[in-house]
Design a protein around this ligand. Structure first.
Ligand code: ADP
Ligand code: MG
Length: 239
């Protein structure tokens, strides 16, 4: 039990490190922007973005601590596309210039009722995994779409979902690895690099939100992680 607590603490440190990487990339971007044109409104947008990230640090710690005592999420109606757009400059700088980032966002996407900070953390966790899997570079694609009834076969009620897919062109996973990825502390990375808590956070968040996570992966080809988030009830047609 003590060992588990120690590993959890190490996990929090690791995820905070990831967050700091993101913050550092953001600060570098800010410096560049300030050097080029300090009056550019992008400067203020970046400040605001970094402030939000700092607040998310607290949310991250809470989510990780939820392993020991379940913490309630703070769901609200979220525009997933807007959330992804909001993350994009930080995602790009976190992934580095060897990774191309593409968005394929369905403009008629439904709304979902989830904790927006946890959604950000989940997307960042997926991006960090993708970066690790694409050592020499590649492409990360984030796709959104509306899907129907998709989780019927998984014991979930049929319904409408927003599907967010994060696809990388990385090393992919073997069947054995794939079978264990959601286990807390399962990692194939070195001691100081992996904690095995990234996909646990993703799974915990999506499950608690009433959704589902699916992964398609092929060794040598790449990986797609699909987050299925239940849609809020569509508004009644008015006329
Ligand atoms: P960590 O990244 O700390 O190892 P995660 O829970 O995020 O922990 O992932 C668990 C394991 O799943 C990783 O160690 C890796 O083996 C595998 N994995 C996760 N995402 C990917 C990916 N996009 N491509 C290849 N392997 C992955
Ligand atoms: Mg990870």
């Amino acid at each position: 039990k003590m060992e588990a607590v120690g590993r959890l603490a190490a996990g929090i440190v690791h995820d905070f490190n990831n967050l700091l990487t993101v913050m550092e990339a953001g600060l570098n971007l800010l410096e560049k922007q300030l050097n080029q044109d300090p009056t550019n409104p992008k400067v203020f947008a970046l400040f605001e973005e970094l402030r939000k990230r700092t607040r998310n640090g607290g949310a991250l710690a809470q989510q990780l601590l939820a392993f020991s005592r379940k913490q309630p999420l703070n769901p609200e109606i979220v525009d997933v596309n807007a959330r992804i757009e909001g993350l994009s400059s930080l995602l790009t700088s976190t992934l580095g210039h060897n990774v191309k980032v593409r968005h394929e966002l369905d403009q008629a996407l439904g709304e979902v009722f989830v904790d927006p900070n946890q959604l950000d953390v989940a997307l960042l966790n997926l991006a960090v995994n993708a970066r690790d899997a694409m050592d020499g570079g590649g492409t990360l694609t984030i796709t959104t779409s509306n899907v129907r009834n998709i989780t019927e076969d998984h014991g979930h009620k049929p319904g409408l979902f927003v599907r967010v897919t994060v696809t990388d062109t990385g090393c992919g996973m073997s069947k054995d690895v794939l079978a264990r990825v959601f286990e807390p502390f399962f990692t194939t990375k070195g001691d100081s690099e992996g904690t095995g808590l990234g996909l646990s956070q993703v799974y915990g968040f999506v499950e608690q939100s009433g959704g589902d996570v699916r992964i398609d992966s092929e060794v040598g080809k790449g990986t797609s992680v699909h987050l299925l988030l239940p849609r809020t009830k569509a508004p009644q047609p008015t006329g």
